[in-house]
Ligand binder design. Structure first.
Ligand code: F0G
Length: 420
């Protein structure tokens, strides 16, 4: 195993503490000797999990694990019908230990940090990365430092980072500022950087791709749709699919379809231009705070994933995100944070535009749990209705204004009440 620059192909040892190419500044990738990989996981009668595919992961020691991965792949008939496609699955990454897909990367990244002898790990984050880093650092018995954009991180995520003992610092700036600063900090101090620029971390995230194939009976879907922020996840999952194709486990790589928010969509814009480079956005803004990123570091990898898989990119408005979040919650019982709902909103839009065909077999990835961002929920659903502890007051509210927030059509509810 070694590290290779995706641009100039310079090679580095996997024991070096290095995040980008020293020659040209390009992103790095982990390269294995694929002739020596043990593929017996295909025959194991074992549920999916990150470490089921350990032969394709870069860790040589006993991993720091709190049982990550193995998330459900739900078949979503009601939502499929609403959107107008025949076969839709949702891979709910919100059911990882900390409630987001980041745990897949952190179990690998923090294990690697220990292997490299590092005592402090660090990241900048829109929230989920910091929560995950804090928890794995706690389990490993090392320190974690996290930089967050002030006032822009969902409450649940900050709570996790604080409770698990990370040093939590909020900066007066956005995620892109925090990321620039944490890179500088890691250069100056002996801190191990675990943002998705770290190629080892992304190896853990490629297991989302492995699990989808495993859960579909070693077959690939036609398309995978997911939200894109710093653009590590789409790159990692594409790599996972490419490796399975290289082993002839699957015939085709699914079309990688990246969804961004209208207020933060440099990758969508680059794709629209047919470009391989993004133009960074200075003031990204969206209700989906997890993907409020204007200068995604993994853009070169992500754009390759989209172009090479004949995929596409789309942007969605905050309103479309919220509508999709409600549809998922109310039609399928899947509770997600706004960024995750971007995948469903994007799918809907692309079906309406005729880019995605009704007969495609589609997997949407929902990246984080609903409880991460309770303030957004109150903002879009309203507060619970407060009444006296009195049956008539409750009945009055049920048959009138409460009906909307109970998720039942008002007319229907009035009729039900009358029938009784
Ligand atoms: N969805 C959620 C819930 C996220 O937290 C993130 C990224 C993404 C999607 C986008 O993934 O960056 O790999 O394209 N969150 C990072 C963080 C930036 O700091 O938690 P990506």
């Amino acid at each position: 195993m070694f590290l290779e620059c995706i641009e100039c192909k310079a090679e580095y040892s996997d024991t070096e503490i290095i995040y980008t190419c020293q020659r040209c500044g390009g992103l790095l990738d982990v390269i294995y000797d694929y002739s020596k990989i043990d593929l017996s996981f295909q025959k194991l009668n074992q549920p999916p999990s990150v470490w089921k595919y350990a032969s394709l992961l870069p860790v040589k020691r006993e991993p720091i694990s709190i049982k990550e991965g193995g998330t459900p792949l739900y078949k979503c008939g009601r939502l499929a019908k609403q959107i107008g496609i025949h076969e839709l699955y949702v891979k709910h990454e919100g059911l990882n230990p900390t409630g987001s897909f980041k745990d897949r990367g952190m179990t690998v990244g923090v294990s690697k940090a220990l292997e490299l002898g590092m005592k402090t790990v660090a990241c900048a984050s829109t929230g989920n990365t910091s929560a995950s880093l804090a928890i794995y650092a706690a389990k490993a018995g090392i320190s974690a430092v996290v930089l967050l954009p002030e006032g822009k991180v969902a409450m649940g995520k900050v709570a996790q980072a604080l409770m698990h003992g990370a040093k939590v610092i909020t900066i007066r700036g956005n995620f892109d500022d925090a990321f620039r600063l944490v890179r500088e900090l890691c250069e100056q101090r002996d801190f191990y950087l675990l943002n998705s620029i770290n190629p080892f971390r992304l190896e853990g995230q490629k297991t989302i791709g492995f699990e989808i194939i495993d859960q579909l009976g070693w077959k690939s879907p036609d398309r995978v749709v997911l939200p894109v922020g710093n653009a590590g996840n789409i790159s990692a999952i594409y790599k996972g699919f490419s490796e399975f194709k290289g082993f002839d486990i699957i015939d085709e790589i699914p079309r990688m379809t990246g969804i961004q928010s209208e207020g933060a969509c440099p990758i969508f814009n680059a794709f629209k231009r047919g470009d391989t480079k993004i133009v960074p956005e200075k003031n990204p803004e969206t209700v989906a705070s997890a993907i409020r990123i204007g200068d995604p570091v993994n853009a070169p990898k992500a754009l390759r994933a989209i172009y090479d898989s004949k995929g596409t990119a789309e942007k969605v408005s905050d309103e479309e995100i919220i509508e999709a979040q409600k549809s998922l919650a109310r039609l399928e019982g899947i509770g997600v944070e706004p960024a995750s709902a971007a995948s469903i909103a994007g799918l809907k839009k692309l079906v309406e535009k005729g880019v995605i065909q009704p007969d495609e077999r589609v997997v949407c990835i929902t990246t984080g749990h609903l409880l991460k961002d309770p303030e957004e929920v109150i903002g879009v659903c309203g507060k619970p209705i407060e009444v006296e502890a009195d049956i008539d007051a409750i009945r009055a509210v049920i048959s009138y204004e409460g009906s909307e927030s109970l998720g039942v059509a008002p007319m229907m509810l009035q009729k039900v009440c009358k029938d009784r």
